[in-house]
Design a binder for this molecule. Structure first.
Ligand SMILES: [Zn+2]
Length: 148
C-alpha cells in the first residue's frame, strides 16, 4: 500500500543518514576527535571499510547513482567532536551532490515525508552520546542550530 511505501522510504532514509553519522563519529574517534574535512567528507567515509559506508549509504531515494542526497554542515570544519554542541546539525538532506557541504541554503525537502506532501526533511544532530535523528518541518527550519 502507498502508506507503507512512505513509511519504508523514510526508514531507509533514517537508517542511511544515521549510518553516515556513525561513520563520521568513528572517523572522529580515530582522528583525535577531529571531523573529516567537509569538502571531501563522502570520499573520506568511503576510504576506510571500518566506517561501514558504501556508495548506497549516500542515497536518499530519488538521488542518482554517483551522488549523495545528504550534505555535511560546513561549520564543523576544523572542529572536534567534544567541542561541538549536542544540538548542532551534522548531516542533513540536501540538494544532491558529492562531498556536498554547507548550510540551510542546501536543504532539500524530501518526497518520503508522512503524510504525503508535507514539507519535511531529515537531519542528524550531534547528540549527547550518539548522533540523533530528527525529521524537521519547514516551519521549524529557523530553530536549527548550524553553529558548532
Ligand atoms: Zn531521504
Amino acid at each position: 500500500m502507498i502508506w507503507d511505501m512512505f513509511i519504508i522510504d523514510s526508514s531507509y532514509c533514517k537508517n542511511r543518514i544515521t549510518n553516515l553519522g556513525n561513520g563520521i563519529k568513528l572517523y572522529c574517534d580515530e582522528h583525535n576527535g577531529k571531523f573529516p574535512q567537509a569538502t571531501k567528507w563522502c570520499d573520506t567515509l568511503l576510504s576506510d571499510p571500518n566506517f561501514y559506508i558504501t556508495k548506497e549509504t549516500f542515497h536518499c531515494l530519488d538521488v542518482e547513482d554517483d551522488l549523495s542526497g545528504y550534505a555535511m554542515n560546513k561549520n564543523l570544519n576544523g572542529k572536534t567532536w567534544n567541542e561541538v554542541d549536542p544540538n548542532t546539525i551534522i548531516l542533513f538532506e540536501s540538494i544532491p551532490g558529492w562531498n556536498q557541504n554547507g548550510g540551510p541554503n542546501l536543504i532539500r525537502f524530501n518526497k518520503h515525508s508522512f503524510p504525503f506532501g508535507a514539507k519535511k526533511f531529515n537531519v542528524l544532530c550531534k547528540g549527547s552520546d550518539a548522533p540523533k535523528f530528527m525529521t524537521i518541518s519547514r516551519s521549524k527550519v529557523s530553530n536549527l542550530r548550524w553553529e558548532p
